[in-house]
Design a protein around this ligand. Sequence first.
Ligand SMILES: *Cc1c(COP(=O)(O)O)cnc(C)c1O
Length: 390
Amino acid sequence: MDPKQMKPASAAAQALGWIDEKTRAVSPPIHNSTTYLRDEDNQYRTGRAYIRADNPAYDQAEALLNHLEHGAGAMLFSSGMAAATAIFMALKPGDHVVAPKVMYWGLRNWLQTFATEWGLKIEFVDAGDNAAIARAMQPGKTKLVWIETPANPTWVITDIAAAAQVAHAAGARLAVDSTTATPVLSQPIALGADLVMHAATKYLNGHSDVLAGALVTAKDDDFWKRLKAIRHDMGAVAGSFEAWLLLRGMRTLYVRVPAACRNAEKIAAHFAKHPRVAAVLYPGLPSNPYHTVAAKQMSGGFGGMLSIRVKGGEAAAIAVAARVQLWKRATSLGGVESLIEHRASIEGIGSPAPVDMLRLSTGIEDAGDLIADLEQALSADGSTGYSRES
Ligand SMILES: *Cc1c(COP(=O)(O)O)cnc(C)c1O
């Protein structure tokens, strides 16, 4: 079957149906060679000369991600940060950039420090409000609109199609950090985005054991060529084994992400009216202010990420995290195991994370077990043993 005809779940499970022509292996080999033989007439007909640009371990993972995101090209990087910062490094000092107030904190910090010192003019707006993005645009000067949806750590949703229109009307590109949505739930390029970024460390790999990033482009244009040159010259490339593990992880993407979404939905519904919970932040809840936009641009679920605000403030929230037994107290997200984190503690000063908030990355465990563990952790006396009353 032509891989192009396959439904995404089939394309992912079979890594586009790839087999090794020489050995008939259904899983690709890992080539560790850093260099490639030149032809006798001084050509490089295989297209590969040196591993920094031409690692064959990237081919299948990039092809699969490109297929799932409806792109015109994909590139792996050494981390999500390497993929994201490449886009900003491809701009020129003096360029104006519009970015969200609520976004992955590591990138926000880098934009406020290095990128600003380097000369980018970065304006942070409420990206949950498309009019705020529109007001910030400076036609001719704004070269990039950066959004993240759902956005860490409060899950603000940006209307991708509307943001693309606003960006394009001012002559800017739209780049989307789609780490938490994954191509399973939304495909930003189909909605008008120019570039999609993934921290492949998270859902794409899905097992908390690979650091990698990726970019996908809507067009194989000059900006994409510039991004390729940045990866090649700055050298933030993924390792061969990481790329191999990433492809292996992506094969189960369409099983893992829907399972995590189902668990997150159950947890959100269960704790929405819990006496010890002040608020559940999850775009899948009909009462969430972003629910309508999320439902419009996401299909198959609202993601595995949610946050809960604990009654009693910061100390109460940290105490709840201290009492979990099944959930793991750890940063990061998108793995098969559920993680819980007091987000303000890791983001530090300037964080939009409320101090009473715990961020939950829902894994694929049994929903009843996950709910029971949170129930016992929320019980003020700290008693262990699961109790299901709420
Ligand atoms: C983790 C993360 C990043 C950074 O990715 P790394 O692989 O850790 O460099 C960027 N954006 C989002 C939304 C993330 O969750």
